[in-house]
Design a protein around this ligand. Sequence first.
Ligand SMILES: Nc1ncnc2c1ncn2[C@@H]1O[C@H](COP(=O)(O)OP(=O)(O)OP(=O)(O)O)[C@@H](O)[C@H]1O
Ligand SMILES: [Mg+2]
Length: 263
Amino acid sequence: MAMVTPPRYGSDPSLAATRVDHAVLRVSHVGVSFGGIQALVDVDLAVVRGSITGLIGPNGAGKTTLFNVITGLQPPDTGQVILDGENVTGLKPHKRARLGLARTFQRLEIFGSMSVFDNVLTGAELSQGWAHPESASPREVARRAIERVGIEAIADNRADSLPVGLARMVEVARALATNPQVLLLDEPSSGLNEEESVRFASLLLQLAKEGLALLLVEHDMEMVMRICSFLYVLDFGRLLAAGTPLEIQVNPAVQAAYLGTEA
Ligand SMILES: Nc1ncnc2c1ncn2[C@@H]1O[C@H](COP(=O)(O)OP(=O)(O)OP(=O)(O)O)[C@@H](O)[C@H]1O
Ligand SMILES: [Mg+2]
């Protein structure tokens, strides 16, 4: 993959606008209600290539719902999802996947009775014909994705025999096997020990360096603050703040709503 120099975002007032201009994925005025609950209200967000964008907020803030809107599992009541310049708001999930959108799930969605390798192979096979050259065999693509994530040692194990942290890595490998341009990760490091988390964070940084656009929902604040170049904070379905990790850390509204209650 070609190296891409990420745009430099300082903390100037036009930061958000600059991001929107460079966005490969854009969410605009998205609203979702479940009966009386407003899960998302007028949410705007931009995800750029070559960097990790964080999406944080307390439990129930609407993070997973936003992922579902972006990937097509949840139709929004209002607003749009723009992927690579195309309005995909009405497209089915598999069509969005074809445009280079991949994700992992907070509640694991791997096939328990299949091996790790076969789980990852489903990603490679699904995307054969559009994400890989004709000559690339899906098995080879799967093997590389497994190697990339560092789970070769468990490739032949049944997925339902794995601890949750490793099962999440299988989802990451399966997503990578589709050769995405945008990758959404919903709490990927929960269940990993400290050493595994550090290694995983390095992998995410390396993927960003290679040009991937990542949107990360993560409860590990130390990791978020260290590897994300920009953060969006959701609270009760509304965007409470957006900015660099430093700006977010010193934002009083964020501290009150979220960081203050984290410890
Ligand atoms: N399918 C659904 N039907 C009804 N309510 C839902 C549904 N999905 C989510 N909600 C509600 O929408 C709100 C946002 O939930 P969501 O799962 O998106 O939050 P979250 O930020 O991902 O939380 P967490 O950090 O706990 O994963 C919550 O009040 C939740 O109960
Ligand atoms: Mg969630």
